[in-house]
Design a protein around this ligand. Sequence first.
Ligand code: PHE
Length: 353
Amino acid sequence: MREKNMIEKLKELEASFTALLEETDTEAKLADLKARFLGKKGELSGILKSLGQASPEERKTLGQAANELKGRLSASIEEARAGIERKVIDAKLAADWTDITLLGSRRTKSVRESGLHPVSIVQRELEDIFLSMGFDILDGPHIEDDFHNFTALNIPDTHPARDMQDTFWFKDMKHLLRTHTSTIQIRGMEEKKHPPFKFVAPGKVFRCEATDASHEAVFHQMEGMLIGKDITVANLIYFEKTLLSEIFKRDVEIRLRPGFFPFVEPGFELDIQCLICGGKGCKVCKNTGWVELLPCGMTHPNVLRHGGIDPEEYNGFAFGLGLDRLVMMRYGINDIRLLHSGSIDFSRQFAAC
Ligand code: PHE
């Protein structure tokens, strides 16, 4: 009779546990439920304690039944806990859901916009102009050998013209950081082989010189070369005028002065009439009315020979645009060192240009 009573009690206990578990929807409520049924002072412990008075036979059957019930209740609690955790995660995911396939909206002003470096902006613009004029765009190594940087450009080993460019030599004294993009004149001829051809080569150049507002150890040039038959200085002048009108988007007056570069003969310094004062004289042109912009000249026969081109049959011209100078004129930048300063405030002004 006593045994029957106890079995009944266990059944009732399981029934009320099951009913309560159904309403349990948070971890806190689940912990309460666990304490109430399985805790040290819980209902099941109470029943187990009362077994002390039972006969050994009863103790065995009732004890087994109570332990089995304990196992079932524990399993149900764990199952419910997993269910509650899943629901919490699902709710979070539903709340934080982002459709990454949607098209982006324009960023608000408070978010920093990224953009190209001003040298890259101007370089790309120039590349477009040259491409439209039928030029190829070539690239070349920053680490050069003596031959391409000097010897092939008609600057032999002992020639004083080597001192015109302060050079970063490597320890072997055979390699250097290129001092100008004129190296690509030679590499371009080696690659193209058969005139007529024309190409430009933009890139970084390096000179071991003291820096100031208009000098930097690393700067940018864009080399140009055109080789064909019966090319004259008149062709060079017409070409440069067209190029500069494209760059500045208006007609520009130019003048040529003699300039010495061992790889061109004759060689020129090409000046443009100052765009700020229109030639009247101002601070930018140091009151001369002219701004020095573009060294150039007719390619020296020795250079053609070093590039594998027969100077009896072909000739042409070359020029070296100072990219940083153009960038500074375009944007009114008064110190070349800003270009490589890495300053966020400086770079930000060109965002989304
Ligand atoms: N390489 C020369 C320099 O860096 C510029 C130049 C290029 C001059 C092409 C003439 C022709 O100073």
